[in-house]
Design a protein around this ligand. Structure first.
Ligand code: BES
Ligand code: ZN
Ligand code: ZN
Length: 506
């Protein structure tokens, strides 16, 4: 989607749809004056209250207006980021239904909204653009279009929004342009994550994740290093190698490194689970819903997206991204329940269940990150447990941290970005549940607290690092059914959360 910014007179702007964005207050006070510019009877306003995301479609009278269709779009109280996101998402949904190719969005009042929300004008433009690009995302690259008829349609038969033109006053033009730039970067990173998550297991294996990281690094200027199986063996990454044993495709371990031009304010390592397909291995999962397990590399994809955006936004933070990647398959050579493996740290693990594979590959990457980079902060993201979905549902990630200030910062970043996280405990009592009779630790706990025991397992591989957080994104990373969300599949959860966190580091 192309985005342009203009200060041209609203009446002269041409588009398939002209959108008048207004707050609840404006819908009562100034709307009548605005509508009179367009030869629309003010009686229409009786049906419009300006609630965030509310819309009312009207048609201009007169001969040949530049934009015959006018949409009133509610902005709520223009008080918080969510008001802007909600209305922008509603706008895109409506545009798709109306087969709009170019829309003109009137943001003439953006400096007033900046005052009501207490946020800079550029941030408001960023929210609008990010949400619009996110909402117009479609995963259609695997559709050949051979069975579709008709011109101008996307490959899934829908007309796609091609251009968004934002109208702002001369005084706010520069700020709006800055926001458009940043919003585009963030949405492109989010949509890259969604693309990767949506790629099925046969089209995205560990090597292809590494290639995606390399492509992204070339685009953003991050340094990318890929360790192949031989090097992983030399490093002694016994967790990653054990999970890979049942697979025909070799594992990879990818490291992205973004160094700012200035002296970094901090070094943050982000680690993402990159299981390109999780069959469960010998502890095979039930057939129903197994296809969703193509999403099991969402943590790894989030690492790629976050690094790309951090570099393109030129954040003053050094960010490292680490992705251990493999699929988890049964096979003659696959690891077996009861096996004991030695991880990169030297810690031995009894593998009670081969379906608890994410923690095995993350264990190696966590220890590697601590030893090699000594980062100030380590954050891992993983579609780790079904138990976390039982606890928190599909909208929220479980957060575990040994650092109260990191947990508080991530909680705030979650609220602000919309990628919400909720803290869960790491109390000592849970250690009992992952004791092993034959090895240092067991990869599964007993009944109950499945998300917590997974986190307690990971904690053992952080070598006592004082600032670590684990985010279990099994619920929010992937939307299985059309349900409440407009599009199913990868959601891009985590990119906006991490960027909001990184942007607050000073
Ligand atoms: N990848 C799954 C977790 C998952 C479940 C992700 C649902 C997304 C949606 C993970 O590897 C897994 O299989 N976990 C097991 C752990 C159990 C064997 C201790 C689980 O949650 O059942
Ligand atoms: Zn599993
Ligand atoms: Zn898994």
């Amino acid at each position: 989607m192309k985005i342009t910014v203009t200060k041209g007179a609203l009446k002269n702007l041409k588009g398939d749809l002209l959108v008048l964005l207004m707050t609840r207050k404006e819908s009562k006070k100034e709307a009548e004056k605005k509508l009179s510019m367009f030869d629309i009877a003010p009686a229409a306003l009786k049906d419009f209250n300006g609630k965030a995301g509310e819309s009312l479609l009207l048609y201009q009278n007169g001969s040949k207006p530049k934009s015959p269709r006018v949409l009133l779009l509610g902005l709520g109280d223009a008080a918080k980021a969510d008001d802007f996101r909600k209305s922008s998402e509603a706008l895109v949904r409506r545009s798709v239904l109306l087969k709009v190719k170019k829309l003109v969005l009137d943001c003439s009042s953006i400096s007033a909204w900046s005052a009501t929300s207490g946020e800079p004008t550029s941030m408001l433009a960023e929210y609008l653009v990010d949400a619009a690009k996110n909402a117009s995302y479609r995963f259609d690259r695997l559709k050949s279009g051979k069975l579709d008829k008709g011109k101008d349609s996307g490959k899934d038969g829908k007309v796609l929004l091609k251009e968004l033109c934002i109208r702002a006053n001369a005084g706010s033009l520069k700020a709006v342009q800055e926001g458009v730039h940043r919003g585009s970067i963030i949405a492109e990173a989010g949509n890259l994550v969604r693309d990767l998550v949506n790629m099925p297991g046969n089209l995205l294996n560990a090597e292809e994740i590494s290639e995606a990281a390399e492509d992204s690094g070339r685009k953003s200027g991050c340094k990318v290093t890929v360790y192949q199986k031989e090097e992983i063996e030399k490093l002694g990454m016994g967790g990653l190698l054990a999970v890979n044993k049942g697979s025909k495709a070799p594992p990879t371990f990818t490291i992205l490194d973004y160094k700012p031009h200035c002296e970094p304010v901090a070094t943050v390592a982000i680690i993402g689970k990159g299981v390109t397909f999780d069959s469960g291995g010998i502890s095979l999962k039930p057939a129903s819903g197994m296809g969703e397990m193509k999403c099991d590399m969402a943590g790894g994809a989030t690492v790629i997206g976050t690094l790309e955006a951090a570099a393109r936004l030129e954040l003053p933070v050094r960010v490292l991204g680490l992705i251990p990647a493999t699929d988890n398959m049964p096979g003659g050579a696959a690891q077996k329940p009861g096996d004991v493996i030695t991880t990169y740290s030297g810690i031995t693990v009894e593998v009670g269940n081969t379906d608890a594979e994410g923690r095995l590959i993350l264990a190696d990457a966590l220890t590697y990150a601590v030893r090699e980079y000594k980062p100030d902060t380590i954050i891992d993201l993983a579609t780790l447990t079904g138990a976390c979905i039982v606890a928190l549902g599909y909208g929220v990630a479980g957060m575990f941290s040994n650092d109260d200030s990191l947990a508080a910062a991530l909680y705030e970043a979650g609220k602000h970005s919309g990628d919400k996280v909720w803290r869960m405990p790491l109390w000592e009592e849970y250690d009992e549940l992952i004791k092993s009779e034959v090895a240092d630790v067991h990869n599964i706990g007993g009944k109950g607290a499945g998300a917590v025991t997974a986190a307690k397992f990971l904690e053992k591989f952080t070598e006592g690092h004082a600032s670590w957080a684990h985010l279990d994104i099994a619920g929010p990373a992937f939307s299985a059914s059309k349900g409440t969300k407009p599009v199913s599949g990868g959601t891009g959860f985590g990119v906006r959360l991490l960027l909001a966190y990184l942007r607050e580091l000073k």
